[in-house]
Design a protein around this ligand. Structure first.
Ligand code: NAD
Length: 381
């Protein structure tokens, strides 16, 4: 019996992406898999049923109960998990550090679940790096949203009606999303400054034509071996806030993107700093999903405080669903191809690419950090 790979319609409110696009169906069928797509699954992203059918997928009303491998964007709900086949495989953004109930339910149902967020950052895994792909989308869109809320132009304009000075944009955190935001803001003509605790980033910021903000702070042990930032002390964050105040105050748009994996985002913009900004300025907090880098951010909302517009978007990649789906689907199919051998699943648990994103397997939570978090939750009175 061929393995059935299924793709459901996402049900989380506001989610417009889909985990597989028609162009990639042949990649799976040629590997000997059958592809079943839930009718309407790609509609919100601009991929219609006939497109999937033309590429060899079957369209079905329900897909959870027959899937041997389920490809999703968002984690499944408890109800969806109860409809999944025992011993099936799930690949999605599992939100592994905040999704204890679903992870326990997946383990109880003997589902082998892979979390795309946990892909190791090694060269071999780059084509499977879904987080970076989505950060690229988010960084770009963040600038467009901020520019549309700002009551000013971004570029320098010399017109018969006078000269318009360019907007100033300050990007905090120059990882994948931050660098994309810097590039996009530069292309729109803004004057851009940026800061990151990882010193290696300075050159990348400058190569995009932005200025690196020299705060005179030496972050201790700035990054781990995967290139992710390490958490700093409260004292460090306080000094960082002080040193950044003047950059924040002189900016028209601040785009904080600073994250530390598995932790709440550090607070880098205090209420006092917001008070110091010009009315009409915009903070687009790209760290909102992890609590926000601005103390006033309300995740999922746009608010005005002290005359400053503070936006805390929850799922920006979903607002560019066509290409976000294409990019996500490529990372997922690349990962699935890695797990396949001779038309069947081949899980080599010694391989860090297989083992790294694996969260549940054979009824157990097998990812050490996720397991430790679940245990500490259990022991909390
Ligand atoms: P991220 O989303 O976890 O964090 C965003 C940025 O915030 C990072 O650059 C981080 O250094 C920064 N940050 C954290 N605390 C900060 C603070 N207090 N002040 C200012 N900035 C702070 O990270 P990311 O964007 O996913 O990637 C981080 C790095 O990993 C990048 O250099 C990226 O190029 C690299 N990377 C490597 C691979 C690979 O080798 N396969 C894949 C993706 C990314």
């Amino acid at each position: 019996m061929p393995i059935i790979v299924s793709v459901p319609k996402e049900t989380v409110p506001g989610e417009q992406r889909v985990a597989l696009v028609p162009e990639l169906v042949p990649r799976l069928t040629e590997a000997g898999l059958e592809v079943a797509v839930q009718s309407g699954a790609g509609e919100l992203a601009g991929f219609f049923d006939d497109g999937y059918a033309a590429k060899g997928a079957r369209l079905e009303a329900e897909v959870f109960d027959k899937a041997d491998i389920l490809l999703k964007v968002q984690p499944p709900t408890i109800d969806e998990i109860s409809h999944m086949k025992e011993d099936s495989v799930l690949i999605c953004f599992l939100q592994p550090y905040t999704n204890a109930t679903a992870i326990r339910a997946l383990a109880a149902r003997q589902i082998t679940a892979f979390s795309m967020e946990l892909m190791p950052r090694i060269t071999r895994a780059q084509p499977m790096d879904a987080l970076s792909a989505m950060s690229t989308v988010a960084g770009y869109k963040a600038v467009l949203v901020a520019a549309s809320r700002l009551p000013r132009f971004f570029p320098l304009l010399m017109t018969a009606a006078g000269t318009v000075t360019p907007a100033r944009v300050f990007v905090i955190g120059a990882g994948v999303a931050g660098l994309q935001a810097i590039g996009t803001a530069k292309r729109l003509g803004a004057v851009v400054e940026a800061y990151d605790t990882r010193p290696a980033v300075k050159e990348q910021v400058e190569s995009l034509g932005a200025k690196f903000a020299e705060l005179g702070l030496a972050a201790k042990d700035a990054e781990d071996k995967s290139g992710y930032a390490k958490a700093q002390s409260e004292d460090f964050y306080q000094r960082q806030q002080e040193m950044m105040s003047k950059y924040v105050a002189s900016a028209d748009v601040v785009i904080p993107t600073a994250l530390v994996p598995g932790q709440r985002a550090p607070i880098l913009i205090t209420e006092e700093m917001v008070r110091g900004m010009r009315p009409g300025s915009v903070i687009l907090d790209l760290a909102a999903e992890q609590g926000g880098n601005c103390a006033l951010t309300e995740p999922g909302r746009e608010i005005v405080r002290h005359g400053v517009v503070i936006i805390g978007p929850m799922n920006l990649p979903s607002t560019i669903p066509f290409q976000a789906s294409e990019m996500y689907a490529r990372t997922v199919t690349n990962y699935l191809a890695h797990l396949l051998k001779d038309g069947g699943l081949h899980l080599d648990l010694e391989d860090e690419l297989t083992r790294g994103p694996l969260v549940t397997h054979r009824g157990e939570v097998v990812h050490e950090i996720v397991k430790a978090r679940l245990c500490s939750e259990n022991s909390t009175p």
